[in-house]
Design a protein around this ligand. Structure first.
Ligand code: BG6
Length: 299
């Protein structure tokens, strides 16, 4: 991997992008634009911070998060790829794939209008073949302006079809989980990962008073996280995704996770643009797919 000085020589953009050593000595980039800033670790192409100007931070990171190669950072936007959750056939393989625990590299950087752009890539390595024996190209573009846009593109570089599931596992910071609501999933059928044998359909907005771990299916509409405590709404617009994962670990699961504070479930909520459940992506040779999400904040 390039060292930080070389990254700055090749990819820094004056007043917009600088590379530095982050927590645990891991390289990260700080992106700035007139409308705010964001931070992304090369470990996992992991956005850990987005703060639009005059707003509170949008992304949540646990105070117990571990910053170490081979570990996923708890919070921000982990990139779950090339599978979401447990591997479909081999439970020994790491949950949520290996993109979030691998070191990425920089592909390009620049300014697009008023936006700051950084594109990262995951270089296929020999040790990934035992997990995912396919030739691929994986690219993650981050575009920061008033809104934050992320685009994860998978290309099949091999000679056989392969399929993937994936998620942009965004952890949002909330004022108080008891008082937030998620609009946009009304009447949508979901897989309840806590009770997989049931076939529930969402009635009204999603409210939170217990552990929630759901994959909403066949849904492409926009979502709004309404947070009266923080006096803001977070809007989520997706493309290339017809499923949404909603997760909050609540009390018991929080205590079981080493990198998650016991009481932190009150201040976060995951809403994940995904291709999960029945929503898998099949790619033939040469074909590519982009999972894109646009986040915006309204006071
Ligand atoms: C969510 C899953 O997306 O991620 C949950 O639906 C899982 O089942 C959660 O517990 C966190 O996963 P991990 O691997 O980061 O602890």
């Amino acid at each position: 991997m390039m060292n930080i000085e070389a990254m700055n020589n090749q990819y820094s953009v004056e007043n917009r992008i600088v590379f530095k050593e982050g927590e645990g000595g891991i390289p990260m980039a700080r992106l700035t634009c007139p409308a705010g800033f964001a931070e992304v670790y090369l470990l996992g192409a992991h956005l850990t911070s987005w703060k639009p100007k005059d707003q509170k931070p949008v992304l949540w990171v646990s105070r117990e998060a571990i910053f170490k190669e081979g570990k996923a950072i708890r919070g921000g936007i982990p990139v779950c790829w090339p599978w979401f959750g447990a591997h479909p056939t081999d439970k020994e393989k790491p949950a949520h794939g290996f993109a979030r625990t691998s070191m990425w590299s920089v592909k390009s950087s620049g300014i697009d209008g008023t936006c700051t752009r950084l594109t990262l890539k995951l270089e296929p390595k020999e040790d990934m073949r035992s997990l995912f024996p396919h030739d691929f190209e994986l690219e993650y573009e981050i575009l920061l302006c008033e809104r934050l846009k992320v685009r994860l593109t998978t290309r099949n570089m091999g000679s056989e079809n392969f399929n993937i599931s994936q998620a942009l596992h965004s952890y949002f910071s909330v004022g108080d989980i008891d008082s937030v609501r998620l609009d946009g999933l009304e009447q949508i059928a979901y897989i309840d990962q806590l009770q997989p044998s049931t076939s529930p359909v969402q009635q009204g907005p999603v409210l939170f008073d217990r552990e929630v771990d759901r994959i909403y299916q066949d849904t492409v509409g926009d979502l709004t996280l309404r947070d009266d405590c923080l006096s803001r709404k977070i809007h989520i617009h997706r493309s290339g995704s017809s499923s949404v994962v909603v997760w909050n670990p609540w009390v018991d699961k929080s205590t079981r996770m080493a990198d998650f504070g016991d009481d932190e479930y009150t201040e976060m909520l995951c809403i994940e643009s995904s291709n999960a459940g029945a929503d898998r992506v099949e790619l033939s040779p040469g074909q590519s797919h982009s999972l894109t999400t646009l986040y915006s904040v309204e006071s």
